[in-house]
Write a protein that binds this ligand. Sequence first.
Ligand code: GAP
Length: 435
Amino acid sequence: MPLVDMEKIVSLCKRRGFVFPGSEIYGGLAATYDYGPLGVELKNNIKRLWWKYFVQDREDMVGLDGGIILSPKIWEASGHVQNFKDPLVECKKCHHRFRPDKLKDASKCPDCGGTFTKPKMFSGMFKTTIGPVEEEGITAYLRPETAQAMFANFKNILDSTNKKIPFGIGQMGKAFRNEITTGNFFFRTLEFEQMEIEYFIAPDADWNKIFNNWVEYIYGFSDLIGLPRPNFFSHEIPDEERAFYSKRTIDIEYQFPWGLDELWAIAYRTNYDLSRHQEASGENLEYFDETANKKYIPHVIEPTFGVDRTMLALIANAYIEENLPNGETRTVLKFNPIVAPFKAAIFPLLKNKPELVAKAREIFNDLKKDFMVEFDDNGNIGKRYRRQDEIGTPYCITIDFDSLENNDVTVRDRDTMEQKRIKIDKLKNYLKENL
Ligand code: GAP
């Protein structure tokens, strides 16, 4: 895969309204980003497709939308309060903090050359206080993963649905981590979105087979959204690097512009989480298996996904610069149409001809009932094509004077740049078939 220059992606994302640096008018806030008008559409498309594919299309899945702020007891029981920490050294001169294992030269600060303090443990969780008086309030945490609400609600879901093991819970939403190592645009941020699954199985189930089926199903999602399989690498995490409760973990790595890095992951977490919550809460979290006629604490396979990283992978994969026969270069985001923010853009050839604008508006109003479309009458047609190519719109539809006579329009394909005349009454079908 040709490696794309990250700076070009960063610049396009800002210029066209995908991603803006966080709090920019105040000088920015490191490792935070805001998603612009196109970014929010792309993200929503990823989430919608994920929810349909992993939750709605599967009879063995249900959804949950748990809180961002949960009882601190949950994070004590899960082990996060104790273990979700990194050893950090602090530069005595500039006070920047680093993970010693990530430093090329651990003897001096890479930013100012200063010397370091001894390593100290820093929590990866953001703290907040519940209650009107800070000193008397309860310390709570912004969730560092969505997973725990699914364990905490395991019993509620069993009692309120007809699900029998094996079944899973899916959830998506914001998670927060006090990340120290940042960089690579919005790859690792303080605030991000996860899409996670906790899939509950019997203790004596063939967990490796179920795990492998999930891996294949996850790759089906990469096909669906248009991330090519050759860009992936399933990285089996060796015993000594896995969490002690995990019997198998695969980091699903993707070839980002800077190299292979974790995009998604899947772990077999045994019955660690439910056992910990049963012990700490005193609630019975056992499942009665009618077929086997026995009670047990279910085991869990956890596929987990980052929305933001999926978006970054999609943009990096779609970004192409093409040399045209006339010597110009065009930049295109060749998104799979299923994730593209706009499916088509509608142009009146000239914005000062009311009859063209009226016809274009009529077509736009009709198409927007079925597709995410944009109306654009800014600048000349060449400029409009350039903008739509850069934001990955698969089709541009131009209404000209012939359209008024013949009831047809020019449809231009983003990838081939070929133009076809299509009858207006066939337009919806044409888009449905090709998108
Ligand atoms: N419940 C398991 C869990 O949270 P993880 O590997 O720590 O596992 C899951 O996180 C996914 O969340 C990652 O594969 C990645 O896509 C995303 N992710 C984690 N930390 C992130 C960060 N700081 N910024 C953006 N995405 C992040």
